[in-house]
Design a binder for this molecule. Structure first.
Ligand SMILES: Nc1ncnc2c1ncn2[C@@H]1O[C@H](COP(=O)(O)OP(=O)(O)OP(=O)(O)O)[C@@H](O)[C@H]1O
Ligand SMILES: [Mg+2]
Length: 251
């Protein structure tokens, strides 16, 4: 364990954010808490935080290699990521490749309909208002982002979708959809923050369409952490698994 001097800034539903010595950075601790259905369903699952941190770090590294700006600085422990401190934009940027979940409840898509081009959606990250869906003019009127910033967010999100979809496809998984958050760094760049993990994506087995994500928890089924462990095994190299003592699975 690497001990870093830290001071709690805020506690979210699944992560804590700490101030550290370098003011340009924060330490994000991925906790084992899991919630769903607007906070209506809760549990604590051992190792969940570590698996999400390891998967997020891997995705951020791959995205950085492809020229996407991310918060990622380094993992200091299996569940603790040093990240660039960002002034977060209160948007949940959702990108969907297959119609499932709330899209089926709200609109007449057919189950598992392929969405080409991908469907982008912006929700207002605001618990008081229960994260309502926004459109461009509401985002601009609320001064959440300018038209140009919104265009940039769309462009980066589609690029992230392409990079991660390809990476996962090579490992037998479909990136069905995901939610990401952006923030501004001190130079004013739009930077990918938060996490990209099975808590914030839908990942399906390419052959069987079995879930390897938080939908297992939403449905009240067992084996959430085992499924996240499968994802860690598929995305990390053997070297990375050894470094973080991730038990190897015979897949
Ligand atoms: N690089 C960063 N710098 C500063 N704050 C960040 C950064 N990345 C993420 N955050 C913020 O840290 C918090 C992370 O907390 P967490 O995801 O646990 O809770 P939450 O977002 O409040 O709840 P939920 O995601 O369940 O709606 C969020 O408010 C997120 O916007
Ligand atoms: Mg969050």
């Amino acid at each position: 364990m690497t001990e870093i001097k830290k001071e709690l800034l805020y506690t979210g539903k699944a992560k804590n954010v700490y101030k550290i010595e370098n003011d340009d950075e924060v330490l994000i601790k991925f906790r084992d808490d899991i919630t769903a259905l607007d906070g209506g369903k809760k549990d604590t699952l051992s190792k969940k935080g570590a698996y999400n941190a390891l998967i997020s770090a891997k995705f951020f590294k791959i995205l950085e290699e492809e020229g996407i700006l991310t918060q990622y600085v380094k993992l200091v422990n299996e569940d603790e990521m040093i990240s660039k401190s960002l002034d977060m934009i209160p948007l949940e940027v959702i990108c969907r490749n297959i119609a499932t979940g709330s899209l089926l409840r709200k609109y007449p898509f057919h189950k598992n309909q392929e969405l080409q081009p991908p469907v982008l959606q912006f929700d207002y990250k605001n618990d008081v208002y229960h994260d309502p869906m926004l459109n461009d003019s509401i985002i601009i009127a609320l001064k959440i982002a300018t038209e140009e910033q919104l265009a940039e967010i769309r462009r980066i999100t589609l690029k992230i979708n392409e990079i991660l979809s390809n990476f996962l496809k090579e490992r037998g998984l479909i990136l069905v959809d995901f939610k990401i958050e952006f923030g501004f760094d001190k130079e004013g760049n739009i930077v990918l923050g938060d996490e990209i993990s099975p808590d914030t994506t839908r990942l399906w087995d390419a052959e069987t369409y079995e879930n390897f994500d938080k939908d297992i928890f939403r449905k009240g089924e067992e084996g959430v952490v085992d499924a996240y462990h499968v994802v860690v095994n598929l995305v990390l190299t053997d070297e990375e698994k050894e470094k973080w003592n991730v038990e190897k699975l015979d897949l």
